[in-house]
Design a protein around this ligand. Sequence first.
Ligand SMILES: [Zn+2]
Ligand SMILES: [Zn+2]
Length: 142
Amino acid sequence: MKTNKHRTLLLTKSQGTITSRDLTRKYEYSPGTARSYLSHLWRQGLLARDNGKYALTEKGHSRIRYFAIFGCRRQGCPLCLGKLGHLTCPNCEHRIPRKQAKIRKQQDYLLLVRPDGVYCERCSAMILDKAHAKRLGIPWEE
Ligand SMILES: [Zn+2]
Ligand SMILES: [Zn+2]
């Protein structure tokens, strides 16, 4: 079984902490692979280590969010099929073709202000904030 960063990070998120034995049991990584893979993710700053247990760092959490929206680019990742060329809503998994994505302008509602950003057209969750969308070259709405 080859390692998969996306699935490993998600398992860590759902369990809170993870050990190499979790990976051998769940994903059939060999014990050596599981151990060295966890320290690999630790060196990348995605996991924090404490007594042989690993937990997600802030960077690990934001990487999961990034993967949910853009896909992890690992060939054949079962979680990311069909994500290429799309923005995927991290809340409801609705997909917007990248070319159709637009930054919507700030709107004032009665009790809240919705800031500039790219929003899901189905569930209205914010997918990208303005700064991130601009860096990606996503245009403003007309
Ligand atoms: Zn993936
Ligand atoms: Zn959505």
